[in-house]
Design a binder for this molecule. Sequence first.
Ligand SMILES: Cc1cc2nc3c(=O)[nH]c(=O)nc-3n(C[C@H](O)[C@H](O)[C@H](O)COP(=O)(O)OP(=O)(O)OC[C@H]3O[C@@H](n4cnc5c(N)ncnc54)[C@H](O)[C@@H]3O)c2cc1C
Length: 323
Amino acid sequence: MNFIDRLQDIADIEIERDAAMSAHTSIAIGGPADALVTVRGTAALTEILHRCRQEGCPWQLLGAGTNLIASDRGVRGLVIRLIDVSESVRRGVNALRVQLGAGAPLSRLLQIMREHGALGVSALAGIPGSVGGAVAMNAGTRLGDCAQFIEAVHLCDADGVREISPADLHFAYRTSDLPGGAVISGARFKFQLGLVEEIDAEERAVREAVERRGVSQPRLPSAGCAFCNPKGDSAGRLIDACGLKGRRIGGAEISEVHANFIVNRGGARAVDVCALMREAQAAVQARFGVLLVPEVRLMGEFDPGDLPERARFSSGLTNLVSR
Ligand SMILES: Cc1cc2nc3c(=O)[nH]c(=O)nc-3n(C[C@H](O)[C@H](O)[C@H](O)COP(=O)(O)OP(=O)(O)OC[C@H]3O[C@@H](n4cnc5c(N)ncnc54)[C@H](O)[C@@H]3O)c2cc1C
């Protein structure tokens, strides 16, 4: 019996072999993962991480797949997905504390905030994906980001779960610094409760943000913004100024609607997306002297020559010796 078969005895998990990552990423790209393991609770997660460590099986973490480009060749080892959507809400006089499992959709957090009149909804409105992904990526908008509302993060590794302070994750623009081998299993957020006028203003800001997204973002499958915005500028503006809107490689295209989105027009491969990213980086660097840093994360096996500059990979442990 091999490693993956032996995982079957763990309660609260489901295993899908040769799971096409294209079915699990918003951009609909990616070959098969050896196994997609869907995990319900932290006991099962700890056990899996423990066995991976013992047996040297690589693993990578999948949230809702809205910021990921998975390799055409797929992913060796396990892709782990958390579906813990547990929640607890504590309302105080001035503040609301919400604890959510990493598998909960971020939209659930926004729903709870709105039900209680918490402030900050407009900073996170419209961002797709899971709570775990939002924390790992420090997702946000120009009105704010996840980190500003995080009171505690629950980290799970092969030894169990522990609560850490957000300072320990060194949150920065669209990134966090997860300890190796650890997974975010949940987070506790703290929000100020608003006065009626403040809540009304917040709702207006949400409506405006949603309308803006409707016209400024493409409707075709994508992984969100390909690059982080350089300080004080916009990656989309720089790519657009290089005349790259509409540039296609294979089925991938630098969106006509927003130059920082690479869309899948049908049949796009991960290498096509990476090639467009390299082209955009080279053009922007040559014209503006700015190196665009990828915001999207890569998952799985890539040839080094195919990678964009400063490519960043999904959370996980891939440097273990494969079985
Ligand atoms: C149309 C569209 C619009 C978008 N708009 C925005 C926006 O306005 N602002 C913004 O910030 N982002 C935006 N994004 C990008 C994306 O939605 C966010 O980055 C989101 O937070 C990713 O969450 P996810 O669950 O999909 O994570 P995934 O894409 O699955 O994973 C992203 C990264 O997080 C890691 N990860 C996921 N879960 C965990 C976990 N539990 N523990 C440890 N690591 C984990 C993964 O390994 C990977 O490295 C957009 C994407 C799309 C498709």
